[in-house]
Design a binder for this molecule. Structure first.
Ligand SMILES: *Cc1c(COP(=O)(O)O)cnc(C)c1O
Length: 230
């Protein structure tokens, strides 16, 4: 049996420079996270608020915590004081709440906008055209305590690699289209400089994701093993 830290290191060796690894530790115990931490990993991703808060309290304070799942607006307040990146903003309503809670904490919280590219109805997120129009509208500029740093998406859970590649490619095209919009509409302001993160790729599809524009992969089971739910 290899340890999380060993599996993590062998994945890190395969990542091109500039691709960051989020170790997705949801449902896995503190000891496994500590092992990965001791091996040098600092970015961890969780998708349940209560579990994240408990782990945040128990583990070293220089961990960079990412919230990667669907976030309910009424739970933003519990993570606002410490969260380093919220990956999956899927509505303006959520963006507004993150801004409000960030303001209360005297922080600016970095976020990614979730785009729906998968052929599955259950996955959250903005449709590509809808998100492009929203970014074009500039309505997000009123939220001064969030920093919109890029896009996040999930591909369809399928063995069809060509389909997965097309979905990631769609996200990459949208990323670039929004970058153009920001360049045209915001002159030299910080919104362009912050627009840099492309969060796609999980255990089963991260090599495809990297070939199609990802610079942040979210890997769980390959590092920590299968999750035990409940
Ligand atoms: C659980 C999860 C992951 C990691 O999935 P693995 O298949 O275990 O690598 C990545 N992203 C999101 C949004 C998740 O919920």
């Amino acid at each position: 049996m290899t340890s999380p830290r060993e599996r993590l290191n062998s994945i890190l060796q395969t990542l091109p420079e500039g691709v960051r690894l989020v170790a997705v530790s949801k449902y896995h115990p503190i000891e496994m996270i500590q092992d990965a931490y001791d091996g040098g990993q600092r970015i961890f991703g969780e998708s349940h608020v209560q579990e994240l808060v408990q782990k945040y309290e128990a583990l070293p304070k220089d961990i960079e915590w990412h919230f990667i799942g669907h976030l309910q607006t009424n739970k933003v307040k519990y993570i606002a004081p410490f969260i380093d990146l919220i990956h999956a903003v899927d509505s303006e309503h959520l963006l507004k709440e993150i801004d409000k809670q960030a303001k209360k904490c005297g922080r600016v919280i970095p976020v990614l906008m979730q785009v729906h590219v998968a052929k599955e109805e259950t996955k959250f997120g903005f449709l590509p055209d809808e998100l492009l129009a929203y970014m074009q509208s500039g309505a997000w500029r009123q939220y001064e305590n969030v920093s919109i740093n890029g896009l996040m998406c999930m591909a369809t859970n399928t063995d069809d690699e060509a389909q997965i590649a097309r979905e990631f490619e769609q996200a990459r095209e949208l990323f670039e289209a929004i970058q153009n919009v920001l360049t045209e509409t915001s002159g030299t302001d910080k919104a362009i400089a912050q627009w840099e993160t492309r969060s796609w790729g999980m255990s089963d599809d991260y090599p495809i994701a990297i070939r199609h524009g990802s610079n942040m992969v979210r890997i769980g089971s390959l590092i920590f093993g299968e999750r035990v739910y409940g």
